[in-house]
Design a protein around this ligand. Sequence first.
Ligand code: BEZ
Length: 407
Amino acid sequence: MSRQTRRAFLKATVVGGGAAASVASGPWVLRAGAQGAPLKIGLVLPYSGVYAELGNSITQAMELVFARENWTVAGRKIEMIKEDDEMAVPTGVRKTEKLIDADKVDILTGPVHSGILMGMRDKVHSSKTILIVSNAGADAISRERCSKWIFRTSFSNWQPNQPMGGWVAKNVSKDVFITAPNYQAGKDQLEAFKETFVPAGGKLVGEDYPKLGETDYAPYLTKIRQSGAKAVYAFFSGTDAVNFVNQFDQFGLKQSVKLTGAGFLTEPDVLPAQGKAALGTITGHFYTPLLDNPTNQRFVKEFRDKFAGKMPDGFACQGYDTAEVIVRALKAVNGNTQDKDKLVDVIAKVEFDSPRGRFRFDPKTHNVIQPFIYIREVRETPLGINNVPIDKVADVRDPGTGCTLPA
Ligand code: BEZ
C-alpha cells in the first residue's frame, strides 16, 4: 500500500470507522481504546464585550468536564479551538466559516448572541456541521429555521419567559412595564412573557428597547417611573444586567416598583457586581446553583474549586451539559465521528443527570426540554446573595411551531 493510500485508509478506519473498519485487519488498524485523531471542537463565543463573562462561564464548565475525562474520550484527544465573536454578527459568521473550512472542526458550539446564531445557521446547515448551541436562544432555531444538524443545550428564548407572564400577573402585579435590549433575543423574550401575561389579565403600561450595551438607563427609568407601573419585567444579561439593576436601585425605583425578569438579569455572573441592589428581584430560569441534587452539588464544588471560588451560573450549566453531550455521544460511537448521520441520531438520544435535572433533547426540535423553570427570588443565603427557588413549572418545551425534523 502506498504511503498516500495507506494514510487515506487510516483516516477512513481509525477516525471514521465505517464499513472499512469491520473488514480491515492490518497492523495499522487501531482497536477500541486506541488513540485516533483529535476531536476538534470549535467555540464561537464572546470573550469580549457585554456578554464576555457568559462566554467564559460556558468555556470553563466545558473544560471542567473534559478535564474529568483527562481530555481523551473513546481514544480521541479533545481539542478546543476558541474564537471570540466579539458580539458582532459578521465576526461570528467569519469565525464560523474559518472553524468549518480551515480548521475542519468535528463539532461547533456557541454562540451567546441570538443574532449571531441566525447568521451562522445556513453555513452550519449546508456544510452538515454539528452545532450544539450553548446559549443563544433565538426561537426560530427551534421552529421554522430548525436543522437536523443543530442541537441546543441552553434554552429557547421562549422557555424561561413564557411561564413567567402568568406567574407575574397572578403573584406580583397586573400593571407591568416590560423592557429588553433591542435585538432578536430581547424581542423573543418579551413576546414569550406577553403570551401568558395578557391572557391572565395583565396590562402592559409601557414597553421599551434600549440598545444592547446601553450604559445609561436614566431615560428609560424615567419613563418607567412616569408609567405608573407596579412592576417591571426585564431581560438583560452580562454588563447590561449589572447596569440596569444597579441604576434601577440608585434611581429609587426599588421602593415602589417590583423588579422581575428572565433569569439572566440576576445570574451569579452579575450578582457580585449588583450586590444588595439585586435583593428581592424575582426571575425565571432553568437553573440556580442552589439546586439540591447530587450532580449539581458536585458540579458547584468542583467548579468553585477549579475557578477560584467562582459560583457557577446557568451559562456554566449550559457548558457542562454541552460537554457531557459530546462525551456521551463520542463514547456511544466508540470515537467514530465519520458517519455524521449516525452521530446526529446518537446525540438526539443522549440523556443524563445534569446539574439542572434530567437532561434530554426534544426529538421534535433538538432543543433541550427544561425539567423545570424555577421562579427564583434573590435573597441572602449561607452561600452569599443568590437565587432561591420559590416556585417551579415542570417540563417546559418550546412549541417548535414550523419545525419538522429532519430539516
Ligand atoms: C441571546 O442573545 O440569545 C441571549 C443572550 C444572553 C442571554 C440570553 C440570551
